[in-house]
Unconditional design. Structure first.
Lengths: 731, 360
């Protein structure tokens, strides 16, 4: 038999075959394990990537409302033709056997400029969308570069092929649906500011975000300035999204995971839009200036105005209004973007209020409201004569008269008497030299707030140390550079002297104060000594179905400090400020039936305009009303004005008149505000509708424009004749 | 075996139920019908004497060759290959039929060479015999099916008792060839001169599926993604997105890439069990070979083992990138009536041998 032959060991071989089978099975199982368990996640992700199209739904931005719930920044529905890049190109691919046209696109700027191969989205749009849309009467308009950039960087968010299509076209599109996948008409909430330029510096504006990476969520707009920027995180909301399932050919099979976008939270301001409108209506006549109105009992900012201003609507992407827009605003020499209400300026004589407060509470000054100080036409302090604006001086006077007449020689002597340290301390309590609009974590709520300068001995030392450091660096750089060019000059040594003190005591020299800080000081004087933190934002809230639920609240009347001035002394200062309006430099601020108190001020300043230096006096009026029971504290500053008494006081009078009329039930007309255009000549003509109340034109002082000494100071003292000149000139 | 068939019907249903094409839509029903037919073959052969089939081996072999010639002349071209013969509504693939025809024919050949089993000439004769269908099938062309005949021949010779060196030297040469291809294509990026472009591409994309992710690398890449995304327990019956959304090409998902569908929907659990089931079946065949009463039985077992093992390993292997993509079905599971019937018939022969097994 065959089997008897000593042939190969067949059973052995088959056993070996079994081993091979098992080994093969083991190989397969092992590989299966690797693919499914070890790399499973990765493959699941690739699957997700190739079967889903995530589409982001942008949330409507939160509102910004005034203290009465009037929206100052809201959203209006705009009808756009939206392009979803991925959907459209997916369908293009299906129609063209999976092939997409490619093109070389220049990307990057400068050194990084290079050509990149990208899908030619422009051609796809041209081929797929232009014609059908044209048949519906929609001419699509877009920038090719914008489209390419969008398609490359933000393919998940819709691109607007056409914006602001009218309702008729929209309904035509709905009726005769062109059925281009990836192209839809969409009603989109778009930022709008119903009152135009009203409160533009507070609100800020929105703009398209900076270019970002592909992965993060890309909002359509982000806040760029003002509250829009400071509270962007609250206003932004949470984007919604939906996921479209597509098959291998790009067909959309189903929609899953729809999540509605969550609207942004609303920001409630302390501003009263009516007061804001009143102030802006008056400030329109001012080329450059600022005004702050505050509730002296809480620190709530009721109006914050800076002119010139801008219309934030012009910054909204897709804006197509009549104006040539924001480019002009950005290059305007009068700087419409600058919020002057929180910019720092030399305060001039308004600062005398602080000098008085400091001296009254400094025992070393030995000063009471009844202390008589002889105030001639000039006094000798340090090593030179210091002149009053009035060559005859005011004679022997007490605080009340000195404030009323804004007597320089009185305050020079008072300042030296009390010393700079007491003034620095008082300034610190009020908040001079500090930023005031801070959130709970100390972050600035409005960008661009200038802390100002409250000078003193310590300040001077720091300044000198800083200068020496810089000089040292310059010298080192000069030596390292082989001693090329002239040797840097050493800084002049400057020590705090009585001259500095005297100069500071009338608000000249180094001191810089913002209109906001000035209003805080006046509020404290008005309310009996409490220094409240100014508040611009009351709360961040979610409003749903008419119910407002606060998310974050910023408490009212947060007391930062106390002036530490005894009530009787504070009362004396208030009397002095009242006298300014009744008998002194600020008569033009008077309002019929309302007792106004305040202080005028002007500080000479020169500005470089065009290339020449131009006299550009900063003129002020800061005060409160009614004097007995203050309801409003106000500071008004004009750049390029004539003097505080002639330029600012009448404007304050007008503002206060309208505010009290409003309280009586005569509200201002709220309307769309066109931007205020800036200029360089102070106040343009009053429209004549308002004549300052009690003000007779019988001022006592001499002609304006007196300044003396090598320290360029300039004080008020113009009578209404001066104002008249000024107005005539402006005409 | 029946378990595997059931799995096959279910997965084919899953792979095709969402298809719009009518002939694909009924695939699972048809497959169930084929299983019935296959069972008839199985039992018919199981209760017959396998010696009878071997003695008629030459007849069957000739018939197979005749069909292969017929398909080249009358066959219908589907997907670029002439591999179907149709009589009215019924059609079948002669290449698959040839596999079992070759099995009995080759067994018959080796039986006539039984005295000279150790001679090299025997090996040559068998390889020569195999080359006839290989040549004809390559003409269709169907590389995958053609290639199966070599391992079948190997299995026959191995089980028949041919000298190991006659077997292992070609095997070694084959492995060396694979290694050479790997170095040539995978490392140096060259082309193999005498292969067709699509074959070259397949080999190349095996080494780097990302080379052309939308072209020839597509299938392997999608297959890996499908199986990989199945994870441990799979996405559930009828839940394979990869398959549903057509990323696995619909026209191959239910036959050659049935394992991808299974892997995606039933996960590592299902895939592993399928591999173990197939392996168990192969072990049974080897066991039957060991217990076969005579050389004929052993030869048949060796041939069937070679055939099914090749199908199984290459089919599963290609879906998870162990071997390059080759269009051959997974035994008992893939859609395809002819091959299913052939496999069942082969198992019928095995059963027939088992009935006459040596005891002890």
């Amino acid at each position: 038999m065959l089997l008897a032959r000593p042939t190969a060991n067949i059973p052995r071989r088959l056993q070996a075959a079994m081993v091979v089978v098992l080994a093969a099975a083991a190989i397969l199982v092992q590989r299966l394990f690797v693919v499914q368990i070890v790399e499973g996640e990765k493959h699941a992700q690739s699957l997700l990537n190739q079967t889903t199209i995530p589409i982001l739904l942008p949330p409507p931005r939160g509102l910004i409302l005034d203290r009465n719930g009037l929206p100052l920044a809201e959203n209006e529905a705009r009808y756009d033709v939206d392009l979803y890049v991925r959907e459209l190109s997916g369908n293009y691919a299906r129609a063209h056997h999976g092939r997409l046209p490619m093109t070389l696109v220049e990307v990057g700027t400068g050194e990084k400029r290079r050509k990149q191969r990208q899908v030619d989205i422009e051609r796809i749009v041209q081929e797929m969308a232009v014609e059908p849309l044209r048949n519906l009467g929609i001419e699509i308009q877009y920038d090719v570069d914008d489209l390419r950039r969008h398609a490359h960087q933000r393919p998940n968010t819709p691109f607007q092929l056409a914006t602001k299509i009218d309702f008729a076209t929209l309904s035509r599109m709905a009726e005769r649906d062109p059925r281009i996948p990836g192209i839809n008409a969409a009603a989109r909430p778009v930022r709008c500011y119903p009152y135009g330029a009203l409160a533009s510096h507070v609100l800020g504006f929105v703009g398209a975000p900076e270019e970002q990476t592909l992965e993060t969520f890309q909002p359509e707009v982000v806040g760029k300035e003002g509250v829009e920027r400071g509270f962007n995180a609250d206003l932004e909301g949470v984007p919604g999204g939906k996921i479209l399932k597509k098959n291998n050919l790009g067909f959309i099979m189903e929609e899953q995971g729809y999540q509605a976008p969550q609207a942004g939270k609303s920001v409630y301001l302390t501003l009263d839009a009516r007061i804001q409108a009143i102030v802006e209506g008056v400030m329109r006549r001012v080329g450059r200036g600022a005004c702050v109105v505050m509730d002296p009992h809480s620190g709530d900012i009721l109006a914050m105005v800076s002119v010139p201003n801008f219309d934030p609507n012009e910054f909204v992407p897709g804006y197509s209004g009549p104006s040539d827009g924001w480019r002009r605003i950005l290059t305007d020499e009068t700087k419409p973007m600058l919020n002057r209400a929180i910019g720092a300026y030399a305060p001039g004589s308004t600062f005398k209020t602080l000098t008085a407060l400091a001296a009254l509470e400094n025992p070393a000054a030995n000063f009471t409201p009844q202390t008589v100080i002889s105030s001639p036409g000039s006094v000798y302090i340090g090593d030179r004569w210091w002149k009053d604006w009035n060559p005859d001086g005011q004679g022997s006077i007490v605080l009340k008269r000195a404030l009323a007449m804004s007597c320089n020689t009185f305050f020079y002597q008072l300042g030296v008497r009390t010393g700079i340290d007491s003034m620095t301390e008082m300034g610190r309590r009020i908040g001079f030299g500090q930023r005031l609009l801070l959130g709970p974590d100390g972050e600035p709520q409005l960008s661009g707030e200038d802390p100002g300068t409250m000078p003193g001995k310590k300040w001077m030392e720091d300044r000198m140390a800083d200068r020496k450091k810089k000089y040292k660096e310059h010298i080192e750089a000069w030596v390292a550079g082989g001693r090329q060019g002239p040797r840097p000059t050493a800084p002049a040594v400057e020590r705090w002297s009585d001259g500095h003190t005297a100069n500071t005591s009338i608000g000249q020299g180094y001191v810089r104060v913002t209109p906001l800080q000035m209003t805080v000081m006046m509020s404290a004087v008005a309310n009996g000594g409490s220094v409240y933190a100014p508040r611009l934002v009351q709360a961040v809230a979610v409003s749903s179905e008419g119910e407002v639920q606060p998310v974050r609240e910023f408490p009212r009347a947060v007391k930062r400090a106390d002036l530490g001035v005894r009530p009787e002394n504070l009362e004396a200062v208030r009397e002095g400020l009242r006298a300014v309006v009744t008998e002194g430099t600020g008569k033009n601020a008077a309002v019929k039936d309302i007792e106004v108190a305040g202080k005028t001020g002007s500080a000479q300043f020169t500005t470089r305009i065009g290339g020449g230096l131009v006299k550009d006096t900063r003129t002020w009026f800061t005060g409160f009303a009614p004097a007995k029971d203050p309801r409003y504290a106000i500071t008004l500053m004009v750049e390029g004005g004539s003097s505080g008494g002639t330029t600012c006081a009448p404007l304050v009078s007008e503002i206060l008149f309208h505010i009290f009329e409003m309280d009586k039930g005569v509200p201002p007309v709220m309307a769309y505000q066109t931007p205020v255009v800036g200029h360089f000549h102070g106040v343009t003509a009053s429209d004549g509708s308002y004549v300052p109340g009690a003000g007779g034109a019988d001022d006592t002082d001499g002609d304006g424009g007196i300044f003396g000494g090598i320290f360029n100071w300039f004080d008020e003292g113009n009578n209404s004749g001066g104002a008249g000149r000024n107005l005539r000139r402006s005409r | 075996m029946l378990g595997l068939c059931t799995v096959g019907v279910l997965v084919i249903y899953s792979a095709t139920h969402s298809s719009e094409q009518a002939d694909l839509k009924n695939a699972s029903v048809q497959q169930a019908a084929w299983v019935g037919l296959g069972l008839a073959f199985f039992f018919g052969l199981a209760f017959s004497d396998y010696h009878r089939w071997v003695s008629q081996g030459w007849f069957w072999f000739g018939g197979g060759i005749f069909l292969l010639l017929a398909v080249l002349i009358f066959g219908r071209e589907v997907n670029g290959a002439k591999s179907w013969i149709r009589f009215g509504p019924v059609g079948f693939q002669p290449a698959e039929v040839m596999k079992i025809a070759f099995l009995v024919g080759a067994t018959a050949l080796l039986m006539s060479f039984r005295e000279r089993m150790e001679k090299f000439r025997t090996v040559l004769a068998l390889v020569g015999l195999a080359l006839v269908p290989i040549f004809l099938i390559l003409k269709q062309p169907d590389l995958g099916s053609a290639a199966v005949f070599l391992p079948m021949a190997f299995g026959l010779l191995f089980a028949g008792g041919a000298r190991l060196r006659f077997l292992l030297v070609p095997l070694g040469a084959g492995l060396a060839g694979v290694l050479a291809i790997y170095l040539w294509v995978g490392h140096f990026g060259k082309e193999i001169p005498f292969l067709k472009t699509y074959q070259n591409n397949r080999i190349r994309t095996f080494f780097d599926p990302n080379l052309d992710p939308l072209g020839s690398g597509w299938t392997i890449r999608q297959s890996i993604i499908a199986i990989g995304s199945g994870g441990f327990s799979g996405k559930g019956f009828l839940r394979g997105d990869q398959n549903l959304y057509g990323f696995l090409p619909k026209n191959i998902a239910y036959n050659d890439f049935i394992f991808s569908v299974l892997g995606e929907e039933w996960g590592f659990l299902g895939g592993g069990l399928l591999i173990l089931g197939q392996a168990a079946l192969l072990l049974c065949i080897a066991w039957i070979g060991m217990r076969a009463p005579d050389l004929e039985g052993r030869l048949l077992a060796g041939g069937v083992l070679g055939m099914l093992f090749t199908h199984f390993f290459i089919n599963v292997g290609m879906t998870i990138k162990v071997v390059p993509i080759t269009g051959i079905p997974l035994p008992f599971v893939s859609y395809g009536g002819t091959f299913l019937a052939v496999c069942m018939a082969a198992m019928g022969l095995m059963q027939s041998i088992w009935r006459q097994r040596r005891l002890g």
